[in-house]
Ligand binder design. Structure first.
Ligand code: SF4
Ligand code: SF4
Length: 265
């Protein structure tokens, strides 16, 4: 974790800050000499939406996905858990989803950091560099020959569009609202039960669905029937509801209505 913090600090202090209109030349395809090299021994943090897309791509439950393909770490405040993609237990430490010839086998649902690479995005407002604006930067890693082999000139915005990054925007913003909530700035600490609730409602979506429909939840909370119909059919709706639930259950926001008792007047 300390290593990661110093990496972030380095980015914020040393890397050239780019805007969406800045250009770079980059080429990545199965013909490059470093094909798949970026898919080994790499730290990839998954947001709840990354997990949703991947577990549905693989056709497995969220519980199974988390168990088999991730490790869960505490963040530097040891509060909210962070979910990292597990690498294989081999000398190469490869991603479980990389194939020697085909490359990424979950390409249409690959996580946000895999889409962005070699572009990075920094949000200083969420750190002690809070007066600085959000910016982009380029990761020039030794292993990656994409910069050397010519190819197309992209603006950062064109690259992100090409990689389908915007599909992740809505849930990325919802995640930030929770992870950087003012609750934490005030130095408050979540109980272990609330940390578990966060993890279930956002990452273990299938278990969260069971919690909604298989417990006394619906006797206690007022949820419109149309919303419930959507939640049961559509994991993205379920995740939106998960964020509402987390804001209610962890931070006491008014995002869920408690059922009132029988009218006695
Ligand atoms: S998910 Fe795909 S792109 Fe990302 S590290 Fe794994 S194989 Fe590579
Ligand atoms: S290391 Fe760079 S150029 Fe090589 S496959 Fe990965 S992203 Fe593409």
């Amino acid at each position: 974790m300390k290593e990661l913090d110093s990496f972030k600090k380095n980015i914020l202090e040393q890397y050239p800050r780019l805007t969406a209109e800045d250009e770079f030349r980059f080429s990545c395809n199965p013909g490059v000499s470093c094909f798949n090299q970026c898919c080994s021994d790499v730290n990839i943090f998954l947001t709840p939406y990354d997990v949703l897309r991947l577990k549905n791509h693989l056709g497995i439950s969220s519980e199974k996905f988390l168990e088999k393909y991730t490790q869960v770490l505490g963040d530097r405040r040891q509060q909210l858990p962070t979910v990292q993609l597990l690498m294989t237990d081999t000398p190469e430490k490869s991603c479980h989803f990389v194939h020697p010839e085909q490359g990424c086998t979950v390409y249409s649902n690959r996580p946000w950091p895999c889409r962005m690479y070699p572009v990075g995005q920094a949000s200083p407002a969420e750190t002690e560099y809070r007066d600085d604006k959000k910016f982009y930067f380029l990761l020039h890693e030794e292993v990656c020959k994409g910069f050397e082999e010519g190819g197309k000139t992209w603006t950062i915005a064109e690259w992100m569009k090409d990689q389908g990054v915007s599909e992740y925007d809505e849930f990325g913003e919802l995640y930030k609202e929770v992870a950087f909530h003012k609750f934490f700035e005030q130095g408050k600490v979540l109980t272990p039960q609330k940390v578990e609730m966060f993890f279930m409602a956002l990452y273990n979506l299938d278990k969260f669905k069971e919690f909604i429909f298989g417990s006394t939840f619906l006797e206690r909370f007022e949820i419109a029937k149309e919303k419930l119909d959507k939640i049961i059919r559509d994991d993205e709706e379920l995740l939106r509801f998960g964020f509402d639930w987390v804001k209610f259950a962890l931070f006491g926001e008014n995002t869920i209505q408690i059922k009132t008792g029988p009218d006695t007047t």
